[in-house]
Every structure is written in structure tokens, then in C-alpha cells.
Design a protein around this ligand. Sequence first.
Ligand SMILES: [Zn+2]
Length: 143
Amino acid sequence: MSQLSKHFSLAELTHTDHREFDNTPNEAELENLKRLAQFLEEVKALLGGRPVMVNSAFRSKLVNDAVGSRDTSQHRLGTAVDIRVPELTPDQVVQTIIASGLAYDQIIREFDRWTHISIPNTPEAAPRRQALIIDKSGTRPYA
Ligand SMILES: [Zn+2]
């Protein structure tokens, strides 16, 4: 049981329903997952310490292909995570994070069911702080 941070484990951040595929991160991807776990600690603290459930974080090429995601997805690098906070709506999560000034790279309210959050792909890169909505109508800026 390898912990990446106080509340988030490697098992959680590499979980996939596609257990037929290897989803083991390489060294660089693991370093990204450690940064991502630290970021999730900030998110959790911001949300009053509420439970933050991870749907999907790191995806190997095989897993990413299996879920129909693009190769350019930050999930491939271990710098993106899809979360649910059972006590809050996705919109409350998005609004709280945007208002906080946390150094997110991209935040997306997806189908009003979960929140995709990413950190910059390298520690040196500046966060884009881009906020979007994706749903059945398409992709648009969060407003
Ligand atoms: Zn995502």
C-alpha cells in the first residue's frame, strides 16, 4: 500500500476498471502522480477536508485507448485526475477551486457528473488556469 501523500495512494491514482491492461506508471509518470497527490491534498483542504473520490488519474496507453481518450490527454502523463466530492455538486467544486487561486492547469466540469483537474505537466511550467465545461452540447468556457 504505497501512499503518494497523506490521503492519496498509488493504488487510487492508478485505478482502472480495465484491469486486463497494465497501468503501471514509469518513473517520470510516478513523479507527476506525486505532484498530483500533493495538489489533491490542497483541493481536499480547500473543500473542508471532505472525502475526495478519484475516478481516474493515470492512464497507460492501453487503458487510455480503452476508454476512448486522446493520446494528448494529461491523464497519460499522470498530471490529470477526475474527482467526485459526494457532499458537493461538480459545480460547487469547480467554483470553489476557481475562486481559491489554486495553481490548477485546467479544470473541466464534465457532464455535470465529475470534475477533471490537471496540474502543469512539468514543475517549471506556469499553470494555464483554464476552466471549461464539457457536456452533450460540446466544449465551452466555464462562465
Ligand atoms: Zn479527466
